[in-house]
Ligand binder design. Structure first.
Ligand code: PRP
Length: 183
């Protein structure tokens, strides 16, 4: 499929078709593993909202959805991943099978903190489904996702939910931002 490239995008990393294929596979895997488990699929706003919308439509077994919003305490504690919950889940997760849908896993510190927090609520299980995992040489994310859509190189990428200064989340593909846009 030909895609109109946004003028701020240097090149496409994942095309719409690549994304469709990845999400279809993840949805199929989850549908097998969670048949009869009625999983609660959770997205942490904002980046994950696009992936979440596609993922749940690729899941063919009964499931429910919920959302959280977090904000980091500031640059000083960013490295700890410690976050303040701005919007908590509306769903009680005790005894539920929870899947966190993540758009991109980088350091993994935010999710590591959130997982610890959600574990205290005694879910039956809690797993991560990451659309993408950033490969940074010599670094490993603090959490290991059960489901991985794809690996991406350590570039400044936007689109499919990923932003730069809140823009580009609506691009239907993932692309590398031109350096002159952010430098
Ligand atoms: C981004 C992204 C992931 C997180 C990954 O969110 O959406 O949720 O960073 O980083 P980590 O693995 O190093 O913790 P961001 O904080 O930019 O907020 P957003 O979702 O609103 O874009």
């Amino acid at each position: 499929m030909s895609e109109q490239l946004h003028p701020d995008i240097e090149s496409i990393v994942l095309s719409e078709q690549d994304i469709k294929d990845i999400v279809a596979r993840l949805g199929a895997e989850i549908s097998i593993d969670y048949a009869d488990k009625n999983p609660l699929i959770v997205a942490v706003l904002r980046g994950a909202f696009v992936f979440m919308a596609d993922l749940v439509r690729a899941v063919t077994v009964p499931c429910t959805v919920d959302f959280m919003a977090v904000s980091s305490y500031g640059t000083g504690v960013k490295s700890s991943g410690e976050v303040r919950i701005v919007k908590d889940l509306d769903t009680k997760i005790e005894g539920r099978h929870v899947i966190i849908a993540e758009d991109i896993l980088d350091s993994g510190l935010t999710l590591s903190y959130l997982m610890r927090l959600l574990e205290e609520r005694h879910p039956a299980s809690i797993r991560i489904c990451a659309f993408s995992v950033k490969d940074v040489p010599g670094k490993k994310p603090a959490v290991a996702p059960t489901y991985v859509g794809t690996h991406v190189a350590d570039n400044f990428i936007v689109g499919y939910g990923l932003d730069y200064a809140e823009h580009y989340r609506n691009l239907p593909y993932v692309g590398i931002l031109k350096p002159e846009v952010y430098s």
